[in-house]
Design a protein around this ligand. Structure first.
Ligand SMILES: [Zn+2]
Length: 139
């Protein structure tokens, strides 16, 4: 399982500052997230939520990137045509064609960045379409 974790301060009902641990990972070929809440002051421990796809809280992805650093993915083999790259992004993100074209252009141009789980999933999907790519690990 490939994934990353970030611990984000979060207020607890008891008044203390607790910690929310957010995990993002790849499982069964999909992107997942889950979140746990733990307060050392009152002992509260909650497995809050888990789900498929992008994290629901807009702060979590930037927090994951800030804590772990971005992962860079670039194509290493020949790209015979734009089609497999476009297909990969369309399947993965459900993006409309202009957005898929922009993402494909970025990837072919010099690579793309994201969280480790996002890039690992992208690499796997690219491989399904016959494209080889490398990840550079977070610094
Ligand atoms: Zn508490």
């Amino acid at each position: 399982m490939t994934g990353q974790t970030v611990r984000i301060p979060a207020p607890c009902d008891c008044g203390a500052l607790a910690v929310r641990q957010v995990n993002q990972f790849v499982e069964r070929g999909e992107l997942w997230w889950d979140a746990e809440f733990h307060c050392t002051a009152c002992g509260a421990h909650l497995c809050e939520h888990a789900g498929q796809g992008a994290p629901p809280d807009a702060h979590w992805r930037p927090a994951l990137l800030a804590a772990n650093g971005p992962t860079h993915l670039r194509l290493t083999g020949p790209v015979p045509s734009l089609v497999p790259v476009l297909k990969t992004f369309r399947e993965l993100t459900g993006a409309p064609l202009p957005e898929a074209r922009r993402l494909a252009g970025e990837l072919i141009g010099g690579g793309t960045t994201g969280t480790l789980a996002e890039m690992e999933l992208l690499r796997t999907r690219l491989r399904h379409h016959g494209l080889q790519a490398d990840l550079s690990p977070p610094e």
